[in-house]
Design a protein around this ligand. Structure first.
Ligand code: GUN
Length: 296
């Protein structure tokens, strides 16, 4: 059997189209476009690429994009002052501070300073707490996008055993919460888990978010399981001096066993930006006192 390849790029493109189509109605009612502010501190090349893509996608969806690029030696105080300004700015519905921040800045303090109503990353403890108790929350974009793909492939997820590999606040923990809300049986595995292959072999759904290139092998996967690969790892390519992107899953091996699998690139990655736009549109509706569109 060869797995169905889950086309995250196509799904994300459709979602972005649906979001863009909803923007004019928001503008008509609120008298302004939804606004997303992205803050980048320093010149990390990967972060620069992400921030550029976010800006482009925001503008393409008909939203306002506010970009703030600050030097690497920006003080925590200056960054917190900018966050306070963005919190107070009525044209800004979403605030995203690109991570990682330079080591001299405490990222927890910065994330805590963002107004939870504008926290389109869903990283604020208020949103994490709301997600954990099943209240309406802004949900982190990568797990939200992964869940959308899973529901598209599998429909009802109730009763399925999901193994999430990784326990980060950004992906692993919120992913587990979302799957639990869908009535999955959820196992969270991580770097200290004993006999990880045996646990993954039980899974109907595997979400790999560990940040280790091609760690999940084909013989760990149950026949027909659905595999979501959140990893993006740059590794040396066959040609000298060249690199290529791989996920946390050994793709060629796992496609022989899985029922469906996301590729890297073109799987989960494009969903993250689409969900950022989704969260910005939802936050904009809430802030304008309007009911958020359903089914996004
Ligand atoms: N760095 C890598 N991914 C993300 C993300 O989803 N949000 C933020 N704020 N920073 C990131």
């Amino acid at each position: 059997m060869t797995a169905n390849i889950i086309d995250g790029k196509a799904f994300a493109s459709g979602l972005r189209g649906r979001i863009g189509a909803l923007v004019p109605a928001f503008v008509a009612r609120a008298g302004r476009a939804p606004g997303l502010a992205v803050v980048l501190v320093g010149d990390d090349p990967a972060s620069q690429v992400y921030v550029r893509s976010k800006h482009k996608a925001t503008v393409e969806a008909g939203m306002q994009s506010f970009e703030h690029r600050l030097p690497a030696d920006t003080s925590a105080q200056a960054l917190l002052a900018l966050v306070a300004d963005l919190n107070a700015d009525t044209c800004v519905d979403g605030i995203l501070v690109q991570l990682p921040l330079p080591p001299h800045i405490d990222d927890k303090a910065v994330l805590a300073a963002i107004d939870p109503a504008k926290d389109v990353d869903g990283f604020h403890v208020v949103n994490a707490g709301k997600l954990a108790v099943g209240e309406q929350a802004l949900v982190p974009c990568t797990p939200l996008g992964s869940l959308m793909l899973l529901k598209d492939v599998l429909g009802d997820l109730a009763g399925l055993h999901a193994v999430v590999i990784g326990r980060s606040n950004i992906v692993g923990k919120p992913m587990a919460q979302l799957l639990l809300q869908q009535s999955c049986t959820v196992t969270i595995a991580h770097s200290r888990t004993r006999d990880l292959p045996a646990i993954v072999r039980l899974a109907d759904i595997v979400v790999a978010a560990v940040g280790r290139a091609e760690m999940v092998r084909g013989d760990w996967i149950k026949q027909g399981a659905t595999v979501i690969d959140v990893g993006i790892n740059r590794v040396p390519a066959n040609e000298p001096g060249q690199t290529r992107l791989v996920g946390d899953v050994a793709y060629d091996e796992c496609t022989q066993v899985a029922g469906a699998i996301t590729p890297v690139p073109g799987g989960v990655g494009p969903m993250t930006i689409a969900c950022l736009l989704r969260n910005t549109l939802v936050a904009a509706h809430h802030r304008a006192g309007l009911a958020a569109p359903v089914g996004l």
